[in-house]
Design a protein around this ligand. Structure first.
Ligand SMILES: O=C[C@H](O)[C@H](O)COP(=O)(O)O
Ligand SMILES: C=C(OP(=O)(O)O)C(=O)O
Length: 358
């Protein structure tokens, strides 16, 4: 017989099962509280039961756990001060989609040397998510590989489906079984309807091929995720954070019978991949929200310890600490200033309400 199977597969390397990793690195009570309280708070924000603005900020991708932790420590201190008006969650993105090819993220290639030691990546990612949650800072991440949630789901407060996968049946079905609220990005072309369709699709039950806690192939039967929402990230057709684009996205959700809840991603096509433009987007969207647009429930910022981005050098000792290796990020000072600004603007806008005669 002619060999016809696995012709392009170099190796199949068994991985530790999810239950084993969770046993080795279990969530503490404090971590569990951070995750469950943040998920509940996000749900309240999405349903407009609470007026805080969701602020999802952090690196485009994590490549250095120490730098990510330093960032998390700074952000958790700031979060505590801004809690009255902002619900701050840290972007801890470890599984990166690529337009063509490139480094696939901390979980896939933690050593950044193309050794793709996934088992080490899973361990190190779980360790990092645990430490960040332990600070009381909830974790936001893109859910790209459909098997990954089995290893990390108990540590994630908010999930995203990226612009390249919002239209994917596999991802919609996966989200229908996820335990946390999930935002769907508009497509890279700028199509918002695919994100609206994704919310509707993921809100119902699905059955798909997955793995169970023991790592065995399993048919996964889901009940549907009621907490989908749209993330506007701009597209090749242009930006979509202006008042007209925001209104149109809200109308699309209403027309589909869905809660009009929108997050604006200040980066990606909304910033033209120029990190200096993220502040403009942030301020413009904040002004719309302060002027009374309650469809706008959140903002996303790509931010790191230092601004800009760097190429991954052949010799990794040449990496600059705290600088993104994927999309350009705003630095820490800009991040802190934008968060403070948002907090103060929302506080000011809320004042007349508070002091209104009863
Ligand atoms: O947010 C990250 C990137 O925009 C996304 O992963 C695609 O990256 P690439 O176009 O550099 O491959
Ligand atoms: C990959 C990302 O964004 P997008 O899917 O919008 O390109 C991201 O937010 O890291």
């Amino acid at each position: 017989m002619k060999r016809v199977e696995n012709l392009n597969v170099a190796q199949l390397r068994p991985l530790l099962p999810p239950a084993q990793l969770k046993r080795e690195l279990p969530a503490s009570e404090r971590v569990n509280r951070t995750v469950s309280e943040a998920r509940e708070a996000v749900r309240a924000v999405l349903r407009k039961r609470e007026a805080r603005l969701l602020a999802i900020v952090g690196p485009c991708s994590v490549h250095d756990a120490a730098a990510a932790l330093e960032y998390a420590e700074r952000l958790s201190a700031l979060k505590a001060r801004l809690e009255g008006h902002l619900l701050v969650i840290m972007r801890v993105y470890v599984d990166k989609p690529r337009t063509t090819v490139g480094w696939r993220g901390f979980v896939n290639d933690p050593d950044m040397d193309r050794s793709n030691d996934l088992e080490r990546g899973l361990r190190r990612t779980r360790e990092l998510f645990l430490k960040i949650n332990e600070l009381g800072l909830p974790v936001a991440t893109e859910v790209l590989d459909p098997f990954l949630p089995q290893y990390l789901d108990d540590l994630i407060a908010w999930g995203a489906i990226g612009a390249r996968t919002t239209e994917s049946q596999t991802h919609r079905a996966m989200v229908s079984g996820l335990s946390m609220p999930v935002g769907f990005k508009n497509s890279t072309e700028g199509n918002v309807q695919v994100a609206v369709d994704a919310i509707a699709a993921a809100s119902g039950p699905h059955t798909f091929l997955g793995i169970d806690e023991a790592g065995r192939a399993a048919a996964v039967f889901t009940t549907g995720n009621p907490d989908g929402h749209v993330i506007l990230r701009g597209g090749r057709a242009g930006t979509n954070y202006d008042a007209a684009s925001v209104a149109e996205a809200g109308e699309r959700l209403r027309a589909a019978g869905l809660e009009p809840a929108l997050i604006v991603d200040c980066s990606h096509h909304n910033s033209g991949y120029d990190h200096r433009r993220q502040a403009l987007v942030w301020r413009e969207v904040l002004a719309q929200r302060v002027a009374g647009n309650r469809d706008l429930v959140g903002l996303m910022l790509e931010s790191n310890l230092k601004g800009g981005k760097q190429r991954i050098p052949e010799n990794l000792s040449g990496l600059e600490y705290g600088v993104s290796v994927t999309d350009p990020c705003v630095g820490w000072e800009t991040t802190a200033a934008l968060l403070e600004e948002a907090h103060d603007a929302l506080a000011l806008a809320a004042e007349p309400e508070l002091s209104a005669p009863r």
